[in-house]
Design a protein around this ligand. Structure first.
Ligand SMILES: [Ca+2]
Ligand SMILES: [Ca+2]
Length: 372
């Protein structure tokens, strides 16, 4: 077992950005187990195992299972590692996307925690770069979700393995995984996030951010923000091109999904389908011609940084709002800058990868930022 440098900071970014046609470089439905391996890091003899019979919760055929509870042993404290086979990522890859299907089989005891790391399999002592961290917020039939993660583009041209870690949870039931895929695009990347305020009366005829029907480009992310009263979810209809579903949240909840296929995606709040519904229409990259004019190009240095970062706005942009988003799409830091006064103190941020967004009155720009 190689020594593992685990960075506990949260470092994935849900502000995924995937453009043009996706080329699938590797996928596995777990029917062929060549190249997979596992490691029982907590040493309790309980580890990832293969099972079948998970169709009722969205698995197909064989799937991977790691337990946080046992009918014979009681509560477990898992720290179980699942390693994918080596994935050779072409050097020309610009946006690399890792996907897998995840579910907790239990409708009550679902709070399973997992993380995903990427590492260079050709190195003797690779850095394990955290790219995702999540605790499930729902379980049972209908809650299987496709986790889609953008892999840092520094892995282009490398032989990469992915480590899925089930840990830091206990006395739930288990986490299941299936249908893994790594894909990439060679196109230039753009990142746009559309925000929808989600509550009663969020419909296609609502105004402002409450309007629930939007048109976006492939690779754009939609973030729904819960506000006002009630308990709601976001769930794609059966007719939708892509499948997405949030947990149930009250005011303050948030859910993001990155769309990767052209098409139409009708969705509702399951308990309130007549008062909370909309359609996300996904068109090709560049099809929304105004987006290019609205793109803000800015310089940022140093990057990575541990202390201070300067944001250099282009001429014509006198002031802007800068926002840092963490792995879960949460706003971690926000500050107003001007062309003159453009230093930001980033000491308060945890180490990891952030998506930095810069807004001016009529433009938006986005870059990846690494906090050391
Ligand atoms: Ca399978
Ligand atoms: Ca174990």
């Amino acid at each position: 077992m190689k020594k593992i440098t685990l960075l506990f900071s949260i470092c994935a970014f849900l502000m995924a950005n995937v453009i043009n046609a996706q080329t699938v470089v590797w996928s596995s439905d777990l029917e062929d187990l060549t190249g997979w391996s596992i490691y029982d890091a907590d040493g309790d003899g309980q580890n990832w195992a293969f099972y079948t019979g998970g169709e009722d919760v969205g698995m197909t055929g064989k799937f991977k299972d790691s337990a946080s509870w046992s009918s014979t042993l009681g509560a477990l404290t898992p720290d179980n590692y699942l390693y994918t086979p080596v994935v050779a990522i072409p050097a020309e890859a610009v946006v690399i996307t890792y996907k897998m299907k995840v579910v907790s089989p239990h409708a009550t005891f679902f709070a399973e925690k997992f993380a995903v790391y990427a590492f260079d399999s050709d190195l003797e002592t690779p850095d394990f770069i955290p790219i995702h961290l999540e605790t499930l917020t729902a379980g049972g039939a209908g809650t299987a979700k496709d986790v889609s993660i953008v892999v840092p583009d520094s892995f282009a041209g490398k032989n990469v393995r992915f480590l899925v870690r089930h840990y830091d949870c206990t006395d739930m039931v288990a986490i299941y995984m299936d249908d893994f895929e790594v894909s990439y695009t060679t196109g230039a990347q753009t990142v746009n996030t559309v925000t929808i305020d989600w509550s009663f009366n969020s419909t296609p005829s609502a105004t402002g951010n409450s309007n629930a029907s939007r048109t976006i480009e492939i690779g754009d992310t939609v973030t729904w923000n819960w506000y006002a009263g009630g308990t709601h979810n976001v769930k794609s209809n059966a007719s939708a091109t892509e499948t997405f579903e949030s947990g149930y949240f009250e005011s303050g909840g948030t859910f993001s999904y990155t769309f990767t296929s052209e098409g139409s995606n009708e969705y509702v709040c399951s308990p309130h389908p007549n008062t909370m519904f909309g359609t996300i229409t996904v068109v090709a990259e560049g099809a929304l011609s105004t987006s290019e004019a609205r793109r803000l190009n800015f310089e940022m240095f140093p990057n990575p940084a541990s202390d201070k970062v300067s944001i250099q706005l282009p001429s014509g942009a006198e002031n802007a709002t800068v926002e840092f988003y963490d792995s879960l799409g949460r706003l971690a830091l926000s500050k107003k800058v001007t062309r003159i006064n453009n230093k930001m103190d980033v000491n308060a941020l945890s180490k990891g990868i952030y998506i930095l967004k810069v807004f001016t009155a009529d433009q938006i720009g986005s870059q990846k930022f690494i906090k050391n």
